[in-house]
Design a protein around this ligand. Sequence first.
Ligand code: IVH
Length: 672
Amino acid sequence: MPGTTTLERITELRDRIDYHNHRYYVLDAPEISDSQYDDLIRELRRIEAEHPELVTPDSPTQRVGAEPLEGFTQAEHPVPLLSLGNAFDDEEFFAWHARVSGLLEESQFDMVCELKLDGLAVALTYEDGLLTRGATRGNGVVGEDVTSNMRTIRSIPLRVPAAAPSRFEVRGEVIFPKSAFEAFNEQRIADGLPPYAHPRNTAAGSVRQLDPRMTAERPLDIFVYTLGYAEPMEFDTHWQSIEALSRLGFKINPHSRLVRTPDEALDYCRTWVEGWEDLDYGCDGVVVKVNRFDYQRHLGVVGREPRWAIAYKFPATQATTQLRKIKVNVGRTGSINPYAVLEPVNINGVTVRQATLHNADYIATKDLRIGDWVVVERAGEVIPQVVSSVVSKRTGDERPFEMPKACPSCVEPVVRAEGEAAHICVNVACPAQLVRLLEHFVSKGAMDIEGLGIKQTTVLLEKGLIRQVADLYTLNKEDLLELERFGETSVANLLSAIEASKERPFSRVLVAVGIQHVGGEVAELLARHFPNIDALMNASQEDLEAVQSIGPKIAEAVVAYFANESNRAVIEKLREVGVTMESEQAEETVEQVLDGLRFVVTGRLERFSRSEITGRIKDLGGAVSGSVSKKTDYLVAGEDAGSKLADAEKLGVTVITEDGFLDLVASRSGES
Ligand code: IVH
């Protein structure tokens, strides 16, 4: 047994090292020299080597300890990580402010302005003072467990003072500082290695290294911008929680400001529209958040975007060039999509030759004419956009654009449904649509079938071997061998790739069939919630909206997809040939303890947002309606409940509080 003095010395060294670590990495204000710091570390290492039984995971010597992993495990987020709605100009920001004011019935409310950092979002969990988990955002509901890698980031505390809540989660953005990135690349070049292109992508790649020692070599940093949850939760405002996090040792961005009026918020935004390039890290906008937590809860979340926050995006980089032609292509859902063929122009180091024009309305509203000089914008990785035409440069030779009357692929009529922006090729068997859909179906994020490029699929369609995507699975060797472009080996490889694709998980199948708005993230959410294709096909708009993070737009697209006969036929055929139609890991089915009960929710709630409580009721088998009637079983009433409360009292409907609701759920779970 070591004497108490050894333990005391170890504790003292750890405290001092943690203190200086915080001064150096978080506050950027060191008090001792690097060599003095190294001496402390060296002494601690020596004692720990002599007394391995005294090594604890929160010791500053244990940042890079773990062995390389085989792969990352999934990390569920108890509270989902949300996205942000955008405001692209002052007007949109004012509109957001006005909407929030209306909902809060308050003309003035405090807001916090923060930089929108361009890095990788992570969530860090602390339990009883120790960092116990670091996870990437992933799809917002499930990410990857990257704890060992998070431990290597020096500005992330491994332990926090006793004053911290016993269990809490902070969220922040991992960044690769620009200066460090340049130095890192110089070293790589000196070592004969290729330099990396982009600090954000490199930061993201570093966080997802299986070997924490690799991560440790990258000088990553973090700014914490939110308290995900805390038990106990003792803050009333975002600002308070951020100040408390700073006191607990977290690195908070020093540029955050508390403001009161939309003009003050916009002043902040304007400062950074110019100023962000001088920062040592990527920043692509400003996030404005409603400060009071009770207001945040009242405002709630729509889909995945909280109504209580908005991202004010910095204007993208623009250039002027000539619009030479307007062409159209056919999308996989039959939409006829116009696009601009431009005189090539360099924007921020990228040559732009084409830009999307969305639809006929877009062209008409902006009065874009063939031959016009136009302003083109490239924002981040997004497809270039045509912003406006430069009318003063017109010569009179410019020609307006007309939508083709016939599909450029199948020559069937092009129509425009009432109230829809898109012109559509009516022919469900249109080869151009099918080529697009096939291209999407076989792509990496979908069924991942190699060996089917555009040229091959075009041949298959022309020969009539494929009339819908599921026909891929009934292709045979003899037919294929007769075609141009298909030899013995390529046919064998293709058929085995097709066979192997039957094993792709259900979520990938959902991506592959091409439901509007259903990409990888959404498909995973659906696959987690619905155990199999039948459950999903039979889901109503309401059932879908009850899934966390699924909003009305997505729900509508899913319902519309399955309402279509030919889509159902595709699904049936895919099922017949043995493509996966069941989730591997559907959420355990929750006991339907509220089965048969009808609820109405009113007033301002403290514990739940409106969408959370309705989601919860539906998950438990209950129904939610908008107004109180004799059929209503319970009215859940929060503060400031108005006419619905009166209605309930008149009709003798039981009125309960949020806590009453939780008690009800608990007692009914107990019963069964
Ligand atoms: S708050 C309100 N604050 O932006 C919920 N996010 O589009 C959103 N981000 O995934 C999180 N800086 O990676 C918040 N100061 C900031 C941020 C920030 C960057 C990123 C974050 C998130 C994305 C949301």
